[in-house]
Structure formats: structure tokens, C-alpha cells
Ligand binder design. Sequence first.
Ligand code: KIV
Ligand code: NA
Length: 264
Amino acid sequence: MSKVTSSTLIKFKKEGKKFTALTAYDASFAGAFDSEGVDVLLVGDSLGMVLQGHDDTLPVTIADIAYHTACVKRGISRALLIADMPFMSYSTPQQTMENAALLMQAGASMVKVEGGHWLLESVKMLTERGIPVCAHLGLTPQSVNVFGGFKVQGRDAENAQRILDEAKALQAAGAQLLVVECIPPQLAKTITEALTIPVIGIGAGADTDGQILVMHDVLGISSGYIPRFSKNYLKQTGEIRSAIRAYIDEVADGTFPAEEHTFN
Ligand code: KIV
Ligand code: NA
């Protein structure tokens, strides 16, 4: 099995083959997800909520992400490994370079950053220096306090246009992948068709090139609030590896996400 790279994902996009991404934070789960065929693994700063028990992702540090990235890296052999840059670890280009380097040295093959126009210089600098970037638009959870809660983004025409413009600008700056979170499915479709780089959706409908979920939601062990866009695959399968295969199969054949998982 050859390793998944950004070229593999571009090939999938061209072929119309829907691919699967999942968060992972340790070697054992990551190893199982990898061997079942999940294409992309993300050490998400969602770990602040699902591992550390915080209400949001803001308390997560670069050391936390580096530690979990190193753990995941040891467990996998095929999947593309992306590490999230946490809150305020990329507020200036210089700080971004230093912190992104720590995640790459911990084992990541790409870093993910939340934001639009203000990030263009950093995306360009990272890419030129050998660090591939996954951008993240829509509901960017590190900005929860600016949004006034975890709210669907891009519902009005002006906001939708801004997100589309930012997606194009991030691609032009060198971003090789884009995550769109909690936006209307029609906007996600427009963005996916407008870009040559692969687009991964979460709460963004079925028309993106790939889907991502938080592993705790897929396995039904998230405490408290379960997001509408997620699906508990353990419930229908009763076994972790089968749950992961069901998720992969439903993304591949387009049954996930269904209408009930999207924000229309
Ligand atoms: O931190 C995370 O888990 C994420 C995904 C939900 C995209 O950023
Ligand atoms: Na994240």
C-alpha cells in the first residue's frame, strides 16, 4: 500500500473518488484507522475538547499537538498525517514558521491553519519552505468567541462570497488542501468545483471531495453535545474496525452525509 500524499488526493478528486479523513490522537486508534483504509488522519485541536475535557479548543498548546502527532505517527504507515496548529500559535509569519516546524519534526506531513485573507502570507511562506498547508474555512472553532458561539457560517450571500474568495486566495497562496466546516452544502459544492485542490467537508454536505469526522463522534463516545453533522457508526456495527469500514464505505458511495447531517 503506497503512502497517501497530496498528489494521491488530487488524483482522487480528478477521478471523483470520495475519500475519508478522521481525527486521531494516539498510536493504537490511528493504527486501526490506517489499516482499515482511512486516507487522511488529523491530529485535531479538537483534542482540547475530546481528550482534555475543555469547552473549546483554545487551551490547546503546540506541545500538546506535537506530543499527539508523534504518538499517531508511530502507529501508521499509509495515511496522510496532518497536524492542527493550535490557537495563537500562528498569529505572525515568524511564529508560524517556528511552530509549524515543530509539528513537522514531530511527524506531521502537513499542517492545518484556520482563517482566510490574513493567513495568505504565512501559507505562502510555509509552502515555499517545505511545509504543506491545509487551510480551514467556515466555522473555524478557534474563532468561537468572535462568532458568538459554534454557528453555521456562510448563510448570507455576502459571507458566502467572502468564503469562496478566501478559498481561491488560499489555493493561489499555495494551500494544498482545504477543510470547510459547517457551511451550506450549495456553498461547499461551489467551492469544491471552483478549486483544483481537494476540499474536505464536515457539516458541509455530500459534494466535497472528502469527508472528515472526529473519531469520538464516529464511535459515539463524545460527552455532552453531539453535533448534527456527525454519525455514530459503532452503534450500527458493534465493533470499532467495522464502524470505520462502514464510515469509509458510506463516504465512498455517497450515503454519508445524508440530508439529516447537513445545514440547508
Ligand atoms: O480539530 C479538529 O478535529 C478539526 C476537524 C473537525 C476538521 O479541525
Ligand atoms: Na481543529
